[in-house]
Ligand binder design. Structure first.
Ligand code: PBG
Length: 332
C-alpha cells in the first residue's frame, strides 16, 4: 500500500489556538470604523420605535443629544442624522430642506453644543421634505437635475452653517459635488468635509429606511433615473472618479453587503477613504433572522461588519454601531 503523502501546507497549524489565530488575523474591526445613522423626530422626551427596524427608534432632540453622548462615550467617532418629516411640512418645492431651523439643523446645533467631540454627518437630499418622495425636484413627472443641485447647495450651506462636520450628498444628481464644494469655499466653510454617496444603487434594501423617515407613502414609482442599476460595476468607478475630481473627500458604496465587490474595486482603484452603508434592509434581515432564533445576531453582526474591512473599507455606516462598539470594547 502506498503511504499517504504529507500535505504540502498544513493551514491548520496556525488555527490551533486563539493566540496563533490572532497572530495571523489580517483585518480588524475597531471603534474608529463606525458611523451611527440615527433618525430624528419632533417632540420632547420622545422615542418612536421603527417597526421594520427592531431596536431602532426615532429620537427627539433631547434624546438624540443623549444618543450622541452615549456614542462619544463608547468611542464612536461620528453620528449621521436623518429626519422624520411630518407630511404637513412636505411640499413639492421642498422648501423645508433649507430652513435653517428645520429638525436636522436644530439637531446639529444641539449635538455640537453638548458633545463637540463627535463628528456630525448629515444627509443632503430632498426626499424627507418632498411631497413627491423623490430625492430631486419633480416637474411634470420629470426629476430636474440642475434645479435640484441648486436646492441641494442651499441645503448644504445651512447644514454647514449649523455646524455639520461632514455632508453626505445621497441624491445622485449630476454635478452636485462640484457645486457644493464651490459654495462651501465661497461661504467660508473650507473645513467642511464631503462624504459623497458616489455609488448608490436603486435598491430594494432601503425599504425600512423609507418607513423610518416617513417617505414610503409619498414616493410614487422608483429612483431608477438617478440611482444606479444593480447590474453595473464599471459605472460605479466612473462615478467615484467624477465625485473625487469634483471635490469629495470620501466616497461611499451603498448598500453594503450585496456590493462588497464594488467596495474592493473602488478602494483598489482610487485609494481614497471609502465607506460602505450597511443599509436598513440589511439591518432588518439580520435582526429578523436573529429574533426568530435562526442565526446568532451578535456573531452575524460582527461577521458582516468585518466583511467591509476585508473588502477594503475604511469604515461603515451601520445601525448596529452602539451594539458593535460595546462588543469591540468587550474584546469581541
Ligand atoms: C435618501 C436616502 C436613502 C437612504 C439614505 N439616504 C433612501 C433612498 O435613497 O431612498 C437609505 C438608507 C437605508 O436604507 O438605511 N436620500
Amino acid at each position: 500500500m502506498q503511504p499517504v503523502a504529507a500535505p504540502s501546507h498544513r493551514f491548520r497549524r496556525l488555527k490551533r489556538s486563539v493566540a496563533l489565530r490572532s497572530m495571523v488575523q489580517e483585518n480588524t474591526l475597531s471603534l474608529g470604523d463606525l458611523i451611527w445613522p440615527v433618525f430624528l423626530c419632533d417632540g420632547v422626551n420622545t422615542r418612536q420605535p421603527v417597526a421594520s427596524m427592531p431596536g431602532v427608534e426615532r429620537l427627539s432632540l433631547d434624546q438624540v443629544v443623549k444618543a450622541a453622548e452615549e456614542a462619544a462615550g463608547l468611542g464612536i467617532p461620528a453620528i449621521c442624522l436623518f429626519p422624520y418629516t411630518d407630511p404637513s411640512v412636505k411640499t413639492v418645492g421642498c422648501e423645508e430642506a433649507w430652513n435653517p431651523d428645520n429638525l436636522t439643523n436644530r439637531a446639529i446645533r444641539a449635538i455640537k453644543a453638548a458633545v463637540p467631540e463627535i463628528a456630525v454627518m448629515t444627509d443632503v437630499a430632498l426626499d424627507p421634505y418632498n411631497a413627491l418622495g423623490h430625492d430631486g425636484l419633480v416637474v411634470d413627472g420629470v426629476i430636474l437635475n440642475d434645479e435640484t443641485v441648486e436646492a441641494l447647495v442651499k441645503m448644504a450651506l445651512v447644514q454647514a452653517e449649523a455646524g455639520a462636520d461632514i455632508l453626505g450628498p445621497s441624491d445622485m444628481m449630476d454635478g452636485r459635488i462640484g457645486a457644493m464644494r464651490a459654495a462651501l469655499e465661497g461661504a467660508g466653510h473650507q473645513g467642511v468635509a464631503i462624504l459623497s454617496y458616489a455609488a448608490k444603487y436603486a435598491s430594494a434594501f432601503y425599504g425600512p429606511f423609507r418607513d423610518a423617515v416617513g417617505a414610503t407613502g409619498a414616493l410614487k414609482g422608483d429612483k431608477k433615473t438617478y440611482q444606479m442599476n444593480p447590474a453595473n460595476a464599471e459605472e460605479a468607478l466612473r462615478l467615484v472618479e467624477r465625485d473625487l475630481r469634483e471635490g469629495a473627500d470620501m466616497v461611499m458604496v451603498k448598500p453594503g453587503m450585496p456590493y462588497l465587490d464594488i467596495c474592493r474595486r473602488v478602494k483598489d482603484a482610487f485609494g481614497a477613504p471609502t465607506f460602505a452603508y450597511q443599509v436598513s434592509g440589511e439591518y432588518a434581515m439580520i435582526m429578523a433572522a436573529a429574533q426568530n432564533g435562526w442565526i446568532d445576531g451578535d456573531k452575524a453582526m460582527i461577521e458582516s461588519l468585518m466583511a467591509f474591512k476585508r473588502a477594503g473599507c475604511d469604515g461603515v455606516l451601520t445601525y448596529f454601531a452602539p451594539r458593535a462598539a460595546r462588543m469591540i470594547r468587550a474584546g469581541l
